[in-house]
Ligand binder design. Structure first.
Ligand code: ADP
Ligand code: 5GP
Length: 195
């Protein structure tokens, strides 16, 4: 008998809302095997980022080649300048092995992936009011980049109601617990034994 297909969870939210933090914590704390799909991007690597772990960093030409070869499940231009996309090979092969897949992608990616995966569970992560800009500044010092991200965030908020769940990242522990519990429910709903 075929093992059940592990869940796919799509997470969006403004840059700086805490997506990476909550996903990393959930992967650590969840009793399930989870895979965060590694996206392809043309943006510059941040000093703390590792090629192949946080992203596959590539040139515009390489990205356009991946599009032409139909290697991407979805792709978008985020923050007006950078290409981001999810390689197909980051999703189905993991789910088939019982490994839950998490996508950390923007609202444009959500609108592309949603129709392809009817069983997708989507979560929009946001911050308590006022917190957003403070966190963004704590991480990035490039003012032009910060302004671009604030503009993108405004547009993204208008999509929040299309997601299955809105998660307010007021406290890392609390929000991680919500995420881990939800993932566990999704596994059990698909026929996996309780853990
Ligand atoms: P994203 O992946 O959405 O861009 P990050 O996870 O990189 O966001 O978080 C942005 C910044 O906010 C980081 O410095 C992170 O440590 C901090 N942060 C995340 N969650 C919280 C929280 N609940 N309270 C305070 N700071 C947080
Ligand atoms: P960052 O530059 O902060 O890592 O990410 C910027 C934005 O790009 C975030 O909103 C993130 O969710 C989104 N993103 C990351 N990877 C992908 C991807 O593969 N596809 C899409 N559509 N968005 C992505």
């Amino acid at each position: 008998m075929q093992p059940p297909l592990a869940p796919i969870v799509l997470i969006s939210g403004p840059s700086g809302s805490g997506k990476s933090t909550l996903i990393a914590e959930a992967i650590k704390r969840s009793p399930r095997q989870l895979h965060l799909a590694v996206s392809l991007t043309t943006r510059n690597k941040r000093p703390n980022e590792i090629e192949g772990v946080h992203y596959h960093f590539c040139s515009r030409e390489e990205f356009e080649k991946a599009i032409a070869n139909d290697e991407l499940l979805e792709y978008a231009i985020v923050h007006r300048v950078h290409y981001y996309g999810t390689p197909k090979k980051e999703v189905d092969p993991f789910r088939e092995k019982g490994i839950g897949v998490i996508l950390d992608i923007d609202v444009q990616g959500f609108t592309q992936v949603h129709p392809k995966y009817p069983d997708l569970y989507s979560i929009f992560i946001t911050t308590p009011p006022g917190e957003y800009e403070r966190r963004l500044r704590a991480r990035d010092s490039d003012e032009e980049e910060i302004q671009r991200r604030l503009k993108t965030a405004e547009a993204e908020f208008s999509f929040a109601s299309r997601y299955n769940e809105l998660l307010i990242n007021d406290d890392v522990d609390r929000a991680t617990k919500v995420l881990v519990d939800r993932i566990e429910e999704l596994f059990q709903a698909r026929g996996f034994h309780a853990r």
